[in-house]
Structure formats: C-alpha cells, structure tokens
Ligand binder design. Structure first.
Ligand code: G3H
Length: 254
C-alpha cells in the first residue's frame, strides 16, 4: 500500500531479502523489543501470509515460544477451512504457555480448526525413545507432522532460549563454548549457521524443513537480529521471514 511505500518498508523488505537469501521478507513497523504490540502485528502479518497459502487440506506444524503465542492470538476463523494444527516437535523444556502443544491448541481454537497434540516426555533415553515412536497414537501424529505443508516457527537468541528452558548446566556450557547465537526447533546454531547443539526430541528435524512447501519464520526485535542472521546463514531459500523494522534495520548494519 501507499503507507508502506512512504515509510520505506517495501524497500527494507527487498534489502533484507537480498541480504539473507530467503524466499520473501515481510516487515511490520516498530520494534517488538520496545513495544509489545509489535509482536501482535507480527502475528497479524503471519495470519495474512498463511491465509494466502491455504489451498485444499492443510497441515500446519508450529513451534513454541512467545512469538508463536502472539501469532495464535491473532488467528480468526477467516483463516480458512480444512486446517489441522500440529506441534512441530515434542517438548523442549519450555513452560506450558510457551510449548508448541499449547500454542497449537490455541491456534485451532482461534481459527476454529482442528489440532493434534504430541505428548511425550521431554528428555528420554534412546531406548525409551525407540519404544515411544512405535506407539500407534504417537506414530499417527508423527506421520501428520511429517506431512505438514506449512511450518510456522520462531527464532530465538541461543543463550536466552537455553536459560529459559530447563537446560542442564553441562549443555548450557556446551552452548556457550561453541558460541551458539541462534535457536530454532530445539537446534542451536553458531554465527555461520552450523548446528552446535540439538535438543533430542521427536517430530520435525531440521533436514525435513527443506522439503516443506511453505516455511514461515517469525522473529522480531533488534535484539534478535544476530540470531536471525545466524539461522539464515545456511540455505533457507524456501523460508519466508516475518520480522519488524527494529530487527530489519539491525540486520542491514553488518
Ligand atoms: O522456540 C522458541 C523460539 O525460538 C523463540 O522464542 O518467540 O519467545 O523469542 P520467542
């Protein structure tokens, strides 16, 4: 629209897109670090973006975090019919309100759509893990997750995320030592976008993301610019980034 052109958001979007090598960039005005309502605007932009993608039957896999929770709040039944929300991955140590399961239930409630949950213990031994994934109900949800046509995820600052989750002292040390900068889906990445640590859970793995039709990353606030840059270092050509002016301007600095 005219407002976006006048405020330079369109040109900012083009510059960030070129810089990060992603499919598309959508920027909302403001900085969510400073103004909490900007997170809601990120949510609104995500809802609009998703609406334009929905066709036929849709499975939307979502991650956890406060940004995803803000997206959930902005969904309405207008989003469309035939949507099933599933959590992208099992628990990764977050508080209930920030868990993918909770958020995906909220999204379904707001959009008047369906959802499935993936209730599995957070940290299990490999033996236990092999048994769990064979449970018919779990297996069914995992199959749905792997066939998602849309993945909606947050990107976090590595240390902030590690501290917020129940990360063990030894893992926290490893995350620090290996200079993790960003986090997404329970994976921690360094400045070059290389995986330096991973929370072992079931559900979508990073390699699965490459085959998903639409991947939408939502992250804003100047303080997240470093994390966004790190996560986007590797090939994220099929990712649409929804961010705010605060993060976008910081992203273009270095
Ligand atoms: O998984 C969590 C995200 O990576 C970031 O969480 O939206 O609360 O910053 P956030």
């Amino acid at each position: 629209t005219m407002m976006r052109e006048l405020s330079g958001l369109n040109s900012l979007e083009e510059q960030v897109k070129k810089r990060l090598g992603v499919e598309k960039v959508i920027i909302v005005s403001g900085d969510s670090d400073e103004s909490p309502w900007v997170k809601s605007e990120l949510g609104r932009a995500s809802a609009t973006c998703m609406k334009g993608m929905l066709e036929g039957e849709n499975i939307i896999a979502v991650t956890g975090g406060t940004t995803m929770a803000a997206v959930a709040e902005m969904l309405t039944p207008e989003l469309g019919k035939d949507i099933l929300f599933v959590p992208a991955r099992g628990g990764i140590g977050e508080d209930v309100k920030n868990q993918a399961n909770t958020i995906c239930a909220k999204m379904a409630e707001k959009a008047q759509a369906k959802h499935r949950v993936l209730y599995v213990p957070d940290q299990v031994s490999n033996e236990m893990y092999q048994t769990i994934v064979k449970e018919p109900l779990i297996h069914e949800v995992l199959t749905l997750i792997k066939s998602a046509n849309i993945v909606l995820h947050g990107i976090g600052d590595a240390i902030t995320m590690a501290k917020r989750r129940k990360t063990s002292a030894s893992d926290l040390e490893k995350i620090r030592e290996k200079k993790a900068v960003s986090e997404a889906f329970g994976y921690y990445f360094n400045e070059d976008g290389e995986i330096v640590h991973k929370v072992h859970t079931i559900g979508l793995q990073l390699k699965d993301i490459a085959d998903v039709e639409h991947v939408i990353a939502v992250a804003g606030g100047a303080s997240k610019a470093k994390a966004i840059r790190s996560y986007m270092k590797q090939d994220r050509q099929n990712t649409i980034l929804i961010t705010d002016e605060g993060a976008a301007k910081e992203l273009l600095i270095k």
